[in-house]
Design a protein around this ligand. Sequence first.
Ligand code: AMP
Ligand code: ZN
Ligand code: FE
Ligand code: FE
Length: 290
Amino acid sequence: MPLQSSLRGPADLHTHSSISDGTETPGELVRAAAAAGLGTVALTDHDTTAGWPEAMVAAPEVGVNLIPGMELSTRHNGMSVHMLAYLFDPSNPALLAETERIRVARKTRAAEIVENIRVDYDLTWEDVLAQTTSGASIGRPHIADALVARGHSTDRSAAFDTILHPRSGYIIPLYAPDPIVAIRMIREAGGVPVIAHPATGTRGRLIPEDVVAEMVEAGLFGMEIDHRENTPEGKSWLRALAARYNLVLTGSSDYHGAGKPNRLGENTTPSAVVDAIVSEATGFAPIIAG
Ligand code: AMP
Ligand code: ZN
Ligand code: FE
Ligand code: FE
């Protein structure tokens, strides 16, 4: 039986606006998605849904389908695991409370990192705030922008390679829930959980298979395979896992505007997978622009 609401491609299911650490407003991002020739785009800011309303207005105006989402910060055994969540109820109390907790922790952590950095570099908390929009989900990219503004780094990437590197001595970890807890929360809110960039070389170890099995048990639906930071060996591993645990595989850009070299549509998700995600969701409907 044909699906009723097959979303037009190409589909890019992972992007960030200035509501977190991207450089374009949600409206600008949606317009950029249309200009890049995308048929469907997901907005997945870190730990916040504050960009949804603006993106939901802009998407029909430019004829792009919108999948509202989020990239939820989680941590397993000291390893940072980013969990993409699609089409959940944004007013779900448990999810609201947890994302609020993470955003508060983001701010406290960023302020502490700045305190560490200013022992060696001229940098103030006001410098960092000047790089964020009000209420934004703060992260190291905003500290990077402040370092660039002060002339300590040439761009975000250079800042991440040096002062903001996890082993620079200045960085402290972010509070984040366990991925199993996060997956259950996303499902409770009617959303669809997909692990973001699970096989990056730069971010250390791979998730142990028994933990992946537990995640599947908790409701994991898919894994992001086509992402520029997943290694070739990592992708083979993800393909094998997907077959073993019946998970969908997505592809996306992880666009951050001018904040990263990643371009909209550089990786995309097959329409059958997009439709499967939409069919699985019960928390929120995609914005269909035609
Ligand atoms: P945080 O949220 O504070 O842990 O910072 C992580 C964010 O920094 C992620 O969203 C990444 O997209 C971004 N990031 C990591 N490495 C780089 C880099 N080399 N250049 C620009 N952004 C980066
Ligand atoms: Zn980011
Ligand atoms: Fe991420
Ligand atoms: Fe991301």
